[in-house]
Design a protein around this ligand. Structure first.
Ligand SMILES: [Zn+2]
Ligand SMILES: [Zn+2]
Length: 310
């Protein structure tokens, strides 16, 4: 029987769960039947939902659902140019090789989410919302994310190479204990930033739309007089203790605010622009609810191949 899994489980997590349930022999077993391609293991296609839909999952979940619910791709929809978002525009976005500043360096998990997933789905899952580099907390449970084994003398960092799910025994020492990088009391600003970041996985963040980006950057600049230092100080006090590991991000954000070119800001965009958007919301309030619709409400589950990318 095929295992069920939550929205937000990463594609590698789903593949590992399938392999452990015996639905695929191994995540490394070479897939057969791919015309014109050198066969590789299922895990090697984690960035190619179309191949996984056809050659691993047999149609369910569909590639589009994998992109929408199990990758970082929706974050980039908020940065899409133009008003019309289609299934094809989601399909064109990178599934597992997004901009370099998005993913964390190691796998992370929330112990409480793992408990809840285990009760509901039979095992814990690596969740995409826990793998964002600048988001070090679970925004559901407001706890620091764990990123390493806490077995005696071990400390091995979680890695996808080990092919285990969160909560399962460490492949180095056999322990199921885990630990986080120490985190100081979580500031209200950091909590708001993390919440907006994880929201961007499931819903539109209108401030990031290219049509609104000039207002976002210019609005922040006006608020802070267009000078880098005062803005830096604002971020510092807003993020509190968490400023210490967000300062590179604040530096990027400052750069955009002082050089408000919406197009150049689209090259390295999401983490810094989300920081500015979260800060702006703290100062000016959120945009209308109607503009923050969920992607699953507007994305076609079965994109027409003739759709044109907006
Ligand atoms: Zn959690
Ligand atoms: Zn260990």
């Amino acid at each position: 029987m095929f295992p069920t899994f939550p929205h937000g489980a990463t594609i590698p997590s789903i593949l590992i769960a399938y392999a452990q349930a015996g639905c695929v022999p191994s995540v490394r077993q070479k897939l057969s039947g791919l015309h014109g391609k050198t066969p590789r293991g299922a895990m090697d296609y984690r960035g190619d939902p179309d191949v996984l839909e056809k050659y691993v999952f047999g149609g369910v979940p569909a590639a589009q659902d994998l992109r929408l619910h199990h990758t970082f791709a929706p974050i980039h929809l908020s940065c899409a140019v133009g008003a019309s978002i289609t299934g094809a525009s989601l399909r064109s976005l990178p599934a597992t090789r997004p901009e370099p500043y998005l993913p964390a360096f190691t796998l992370r998990m929330c112990t409480q989410c793992v408990e809840e997933d285990t009760a509901k789905f039979g095992c814990g899952h690596w969740r995409r919302e826990h793998q964002l580099r600048f988001v070090r907390i679970c925004t559901t449970h407001m706890k620091a994310l764990h990123d390493r084994c806490a077995g005696p003398g071990c400390g091995a960092e979680f890695s996808i190479k080990n092919n285990i799910l969160p909560g399962q025994a460490c492949t180095s020492c056999g322990s199921t204990k885990s630990a986080s990088t120490p985190i100081k009391p979580i500031s209200e600003g950091y909590r708001a930033y993390c919440k907006l970041f994880t929201d961007a996985l499931v819903r539109r963040i209108p401030e990031l739309d290219l049509n609104n980006r000039h207002d976002l950057l210019r609005g922040s600049m006006l608020t802070h007089g267009g000078r880098a230092n005062p803005l830096n100080k604002q971020f510092m006090s807003w993020l509190g203790h968490q400023f210490s590991y967000s300062h590179s991000l604040c530096h990027f954000a400052e750069h955009y605010v002082c050089n408000p070119d919406p197009v150049s800001a689209s090259r390295f965009s999401a983490p810094a622009l989300l920081l500015i958007a979260a800060f702006k919301r703290a100062v000016c309030g959120p945009p209308p609810e109607s503009e923050m619709y969920r992607w699953s409400d507007v994305i076609s589950p079965h994109p027409d191949p003739s759709d044109i990318l907006c």
